[in-house]
Design a protein around this ligand. Sequence first.
Ligand SMILES: [Zn+2]
Length: 124
Amino acid sequence: MSSGADNPSLQLSRKEKKDLKILALFTSVYCRDHHAAGRSRLDGLPQELAALEKYSCCAECRDFLLYAIDRRLKCPLDDKPACKHCHIHCYRPGHREKVREIMRYSGKSLIRRGRIDLLWHYLF
Ligand SMILES: [Zn+2]
């Protein structure tokens, strides 16, 4: 493994990809139920994350998601703990509440709609 310090291309671990997929899925579920207008597919993502372009959300949620992705990719902790157990708390204050709300809402929503398979698929 080379160290990625000067490496311009994104090298994502399986765990990072999975985390970001969950983030995109959950944000799009939340957005679909809260923001009806102006939703469009995600674009402008790094090549490595092209798989996330199938998710769509509004401009506000897109901003949030891009920010969250950016934070996740810059997480300095190698074996990243769950964010709620992390001592760094890199999200800016408003975003931390928002990500928590999105996770709670979309987790419940997927279970209610019988999409436990999706959760299972992404979480385990
Ligand atoms: Zn939205």
